[in-house]
Design a binder for this molecule. Sequence first.
Ligand SMILES: [Zn+2]
Length: 352
Amino acid sequence: MAGLQALDRLIIERRDSRSDLGATVTANGGIQVDYGKTRFMLDPHGAAKADYVFVSHAHVDHMHNPSKSEKIIASAATTELAKARGYDLGATTEDVEGVELLDSGHILGSRAIRIADEVFYTGDASGRARAFLGKCKTRQARILIMETTYGVPDYTFPQTAKLVKEVNSLIAGAYDRGVPVVLMGYPLGKAQLLAYFFSSWAPLYYSSNVAEMNRVHAENGIDLKRGTHFDPRKDYDSLPHGPWLLVSPMSSGRSRLMSHLKKKYGAILVAFSGWALGSGYRYTMGADYSFPLSDHCDYQELVKLVEAVSPETVYTVHGFAAEFASDLRKMGFHARTLGAYQSSLTDFARQA
Ligand SMILES: [Zn+2]
């Protein structure tokens, strides 16, 4: 009994000392983390007042145009990709005392951040290696802030190799019939995976902004097969008749360009997104086929990530944040959403 009381006292003392020294997390136009005397803003939506501002990766929903005084923590590849997309992050650093950046496996340059052993923030994260991308690395921390885009059990992604095989059969069938194929995904990240997996098909075309992101990948040692530049504003009538492959940004099949490619060339449209597991996705996108190739964790991978970080408290952001927090509470974690930082489920269409 005496032993138990001593243990209880120890736990209370530990909690008390943490309430003095531990980090606090709030949503304030970004994810604000105050730890000791230092304020961090993680992925703010606009210019931020903090000692350090962290930009996890170069998707536009995670970037902002910083003020001159902001000290930005970001990987070199994120800084280059941001610049190519019109965001000047200035002189960024990866080297801050007490702060560790870890590959989050989402896209080239994407990082998770660990602040001492207090806070681990995933940014956007993938739970599996694909092509030139690894899976999210983890470290233990008392507080986990995590993305939960696909935080319900319906989202279990298939093996990437199996999916690639199915898509290659689809393309082979189209080529046999003399039919061209448009592969659609976000121009940064997904489009480079599509280029990696399917560029053995010829002739091969890349839409302008896909080609621009490929260039930054090449400068970072990921040399994707070269293709012909396709400018969607003027090249829509100069494609050959017969089979070809175009890697294009995600666009509705009902858009002017895609309708034209279908009508004039008989092209089939194939969309790639984790949302393809949801009923109605293919119809919503106006695509002929869709495949659940994702750069995020699926549900089980999110659970594994929590177990690996082994936190006391979890804050969830993006997608099914409330649902996942509820599941974590049933598993015994303190978990809640960072509601004010929440993006809407309908944001997926503009996540480019
Ligand atoms: Zn992202």
